[in-house]
Design a protein around this ligand. Structure first.
Ligand SMILES: Cc1cc2nc3c(=O)[nH]c(=O)nc-3n(C[C@H](O)[C@H](O)[C@H](O)COP(=O)(O)OP(=O)(O)OC[C@H]3O[C@@H](n4cnc5c(N)ncnc54)[C@H](O)[C@@H]3O)c2cc1C
Ligand SMILES: NC(=O)c1ccc[n+]([C@@H]2O[C@H](COP(=O)([O-])OP(=O)(O)OC[C@H]3O[C@@H](n4cnc5c(N)ncnc54)[C@H](OP(=O)(O)O)[C@@H]3O)[C@@H](O)[C@H]2O)c1
Length: 230
């Protein structure tokens, strides 16, 4: 069981929840960066339960507190239930689960590709890589809709300033006039990659995006592609 310690609204439909483990349950959460937990969701109509998976966005060394990123864009039962919870509320969960975590091959350059809250596992993976003093080039392509949907830009820029091996591109698919950054869907960035030689690619977010990115990469050549199944 975990208690919601802090709620932060990052964008109109995106909320960051910081949770703290409470008894009964494990006294520490041991997970690999990129893994997720299954959160118990109480269904309103008949008070029965279901589960929804959420990626752990915080560093994997932080074992009693962890962070989730939620998108309410779909207005589904899981996200709606979690958005209704206040600080101090408790949630039940199982896990960690999943095989979406950093692979050991150190000879590859890493490319993370995300849309929306699909950034969550990559935040944890980035912490692992950068805290372990990686020298492998790591690039993040992140697709969001418009300026109002932007979040974590300052944090990512701070990492890029501190760690020369890390760079990122945030691309807006519905940018307004005056946005000087990249525009278009994240798939357009992938299509412009000159080559996939030496790349290990991790993809997370909308399932159609994951499929399209995989297809574009395969047309360019052979590289490992690790996909989170939504
Ligand atoms: C391993 C894993 C990790 C994940 N990590 C994250 C994460 O970090 N952050 C995050 O935001 N999400 C994450 N997800 C997705 C998350 O688990 C949920 O699937 C997501 O929050 C949507 O669930 P929901 O219950 O809110 O929506 P659901 O109620 O399941 O609805 C899903 C979609 O179906 C539509 N729908 C539902 N019922 C109907 C109906 N009767 N008729 C027509 N359409 C309908 C909804 O509008 C919505 O578009 C992850 C998923 C997996 C598998
Ligand atoms: N581990 C996981 O599996 C995991 C983790 C976190 C989140 N998720 C899921 O990821 C999704 C993120 O949703 P969100 O609401 O945060 O994002 P969003 O705001 O709906 O979309 C962000 C961006 O994705 C683009 N996009 C949509 N479909 C695309 C496609 N087929 N190809 C390329 N780009 C596409 C959008 O472009 P347009 O403006 O053109 O639509 C927009 O630029 C949610 O469904 C969430 O549940 C999964």
């Amino acid at each position: 069981m975990a208690r919601i310690d802090h709620i932060r609204d990052l964008a109109p439909n995106v909320r960051e929840l910081t949770l703290c483990l409470v008894e009964p349950g494990p006294s520490a959460l041991h997970f690999l960066a990129g893994q997720s937990i299954a959160v118990e969701i109480l269904l309103p109509e008949n008070q029965s339960q279901t589960v929804r998976y959420y990626s752990l966005a915080s560093p994997s060394i932080q074992s009693t507190r962890f962070t989730l990123l939620l998108s309410l864009a779909d207005q589904g039962v899981g996200a709606t239930y979690l958005f209704q919870q206040s600080e101090g509320a408790t949630v039940q969960f199982q896990g960690p689960h999943g095989i979406f975590y950093l692979q050991e091959d150190k000879s590859q350059q890493i490319l993370f590709i995300a849309t929306g809250t699909g950034i969550a596992p990559f935040l944890s993976m980035l912490s692992s890589l950068l805290n372990n003093a990686t020298t492998i080039p790591v690039t993040l392509y992140w697709g969001l809709r418009s300026e109002r949907d932007l979040y974590y830009q300052a944090e990512l820029q701070a990492l890029a300033d501190q760690y020369p091996c890390f760079s990122f591109v945030t691309t807006l698919s519905r940018a307004h006039q005056g946005w000087s950054g990249a525009t278009g869907r994240v798939t357009e960035l992938v299509a412009r990659l000159p080559s996939v030689d030496g790349l290990a690619v991790y993809v997370c977010g909308h399932q159609p995006m994951v499929n399209e990115v995989s297809q574009i990469l395969r047309e360019k050549g052979d590289c490992p592609i690790y996909r989170e199944q939504c």
